[in-house]
Write a protein that binds this ligand. Structure first.
Ligand SMILES: Nc1ncnc2c1ncn2[C@@H]1O[C@H](COP(=O)(O)OP(=O)(O)OP(=O)(O)O)[C@@H](O)[C@H]1O
Ligand SMILES: [Mg+2]
Length: 498
């Protein structure tokens, strides 16, 4: 199937999210959809996959104009999409989810569906157990399930919006190999929205770049992503960044600050968890210091961070915040003393769907009993400006693009905290935004904050951390000398290879 988009327009109030977009995607090709936060990528992909209608313009499949009124109809036309933030699916098993939406009577098709699920799963090296409950799946497995479900429905175009956030290097390899096979051997169109330029260069045959809702250019990726030299990768990255932002970005180096007293001191701290056998961890974070935690999702870093913020249980050990034991304190009490935690799951924990930007500002204002809405709105507008959030004070949070939600979350952090505990602070941000956020964080660090953060982006860890701890199966190992820690070495360490 070949797809053509002609003159696609989409407006949200004053925002022209898609502005006269023309593009064509040929069968057998993997195409990257790039662009800064709020450029209109997800909007375009939602239009193509039937999740929202275009205001104007046409979608053509193999030269014929088609129209559909929802994702089910789009799938019937052969176009299916995996969502950027998949919402919860309820208490189903893998098999029930697989059958769901396939039309036929459930009882009748069960055995047949199970066989099909197993065959597809084996074909792509996926690890899906038909009888496992969905809620116990890793993000990567949910993706795998969604892919085989769409394939079983006969999809010929597969759209993935930020599929590599929150999955391990190994799982990414499995995913990318499956996508290569689907496009190059089976002739599907694969569209990949991503901010990770290395991934795009590795996987895609070509890219389309959006800026301010417009298609500002296309570029072929150098052939054979795998065997590329680092010089070719660096040069391709530079070209992509220039297309995305209109200019090349200067190399960023991290300033070092004088270190003060420990803001956080964990001594043989054991975070309590039912599933993971957490080991004692000792770690000190001093004022002005940035400590990075590496590790695949679920290796213990999240539990450790939450225990430090007193949001998770502690089995044994000691914990001090700002020179005093914090084991008996609640997060609320720590928060008032300057220990701030920001969660990764944007819409699940940090931000509240349905509330506007101003209402979020009001939530973090000092005196909550009497809200001065005029002042809150002024504050909100200044946050929007300082953090360059694309959105308005009265917008509901879910109207913002993914990256702009993350900017807002960071903008709500206080100006002079003692300790910031940040889960994946730049998840989903474009390269320029990620740097901007780090400038903001480092300014707090210079004013004396200690930062403890985790990231799945190894380059981010190496760039910004004074010290790095690698988590694996509930244990933490400090990387001996961070300045010489190469990204490659870290990649092996997070897989348990020390
Ligand atoms: N449902 C909506 N209501 C109002 N505005 C919206 C809605 N969806 C998107 N927008 C706006 O349209 C613009 C494009 O958003 P979109 O989500 O397509 O960006 P994106 O390129 O996917 O960004 P990101 O990289 O941050 O995910 C943004 O300014 C966004 O705030
Ligand atoms: Mg998006």
């Amino acid at each position: 199937m070949d797809i053509e988009l002609r003159n696609i327009h989409k407006r949200f109030g004053p925002v022209h999210a898609n502005d006269a977009i023309n593009a064509s995607f040929r069968h057998g090709r993997i195409v990257g959809i790039l662009g800064e936060n709020g450029a209109g990528k997800s909007t375009l992909m939602k239009i193509l996959s039937g999740f929202q209608p275009a205001d104007e313009g046409n979608i053509l499949i193999d030269g014929a104009v088609i129209a559909y009124d929802g994702p089910t109809a789009a799938i019937a036309c052969g176009i299916g999409m995996l969502q950027q933030d998949p919402l919860d699916v309820g208490a189903f098993t893998v098999l029930e989810n697989f059958i769901y939406g396939s039309g036929g009577g459930i009882a009748l098709k069960r055995a047949q569906a199970e066989a099909q699920l197993e065959a597809l799963s084996a074909r792509f090296g996926f690890s899906l157990d038909a009888h496992q409950p969905i809620e116990s799946l890793l993000i990567a497995q949910r993706q795998q399930l969604e892919i085989v479900r769409l394939l079983a429905l006969g999809v010929q175009t597969l759209i993935l919006d930020e599929p590599t956030t929150g999955i391990s290097a190994e799982q990414k390899d499995i995913l990318f190999n499956a996508l290569r096979r689907l496009a190059h051997d089976e002739g599907l169109v694969v569209l990949l929205v991503s901010h990770k330029l290395e991934d795009v260069i590795d996987l895609c045959d070509e890219v389309v770049v959006l800026r301010g809702g417009r298609n500002v250019g296309a570029m072929a990726m150098p052939a054979s992503g795998r065997g590329l030299t680092s010089a070719v990768i660096a040069e391709t990255k530079r070209q992509l960044v220039t297309l995305m932002f209109g200019e090349a970005l200067a190399a960023q180096s991290r300033p070092r600050f004088a270190l003060g007293a420990p803001a956080l001191a964990a001594e043989a701290l054991v975070a309590q968890d039912q599933r993971l056998d957490m080991q004692p961890i000792s770690l000190t974070a001093r004022a002005g210091e940035v400590i990075g935690l590496a590790g695949l999702d679920g290796s213990g870093q999240e539990l450790f961070m939450r225990a430090c913020a007193r949001l998770g249980r502690v089995a044994s050990g000691s914990l001090e915040f700002d020179g005093r034991s914090s084991l008996k304190l609640s997060y609320r009490q720590l928060f008032r003393r300057g220990c701030i935690f920001a969660a990764a799951g944007r819409l699940e924990e940090g931000l509240i769907a349905g509330l506007t930007l101003s209402e979020h500002s009001a939530l973090v204002a000092d005196d909550k009993l009497q809200i001065d809405w005029k002042a809150v709105e002024k504050q909100t507008i200044s946050r929007i400006e300082r953090y360059r959030v694309k959105g308005r004070a009265g917008d509901a949070i879910e109207q913002l693009s993914g990256g702009n939600q993350q900017r807002l979350l960071i903008s709500l952090l206080p100006d002079a905290p003692k300790l910031l505990i940040l889960e994946q602070p730049t998840r989903g941000l474009d390269v320029d935004s990620a740097r901007w956020i780090w400038t903001q964080l480092l300014a707090r660090c210079q004013r004396g904050a200690a930062i403890l953060f985790n990231s799945s982006d190894l380059e981010e860890l190496v760039t910004y951390s004074d010290r790095i701890f690698v988590f694996y199966a509930g244990r933490a190992h400090e990387v001996p000398a961070v300045s010489s820690a190469t990204i490659d070495e870290l990649g092996h360490m997070i897989g348990g290879d020390f």
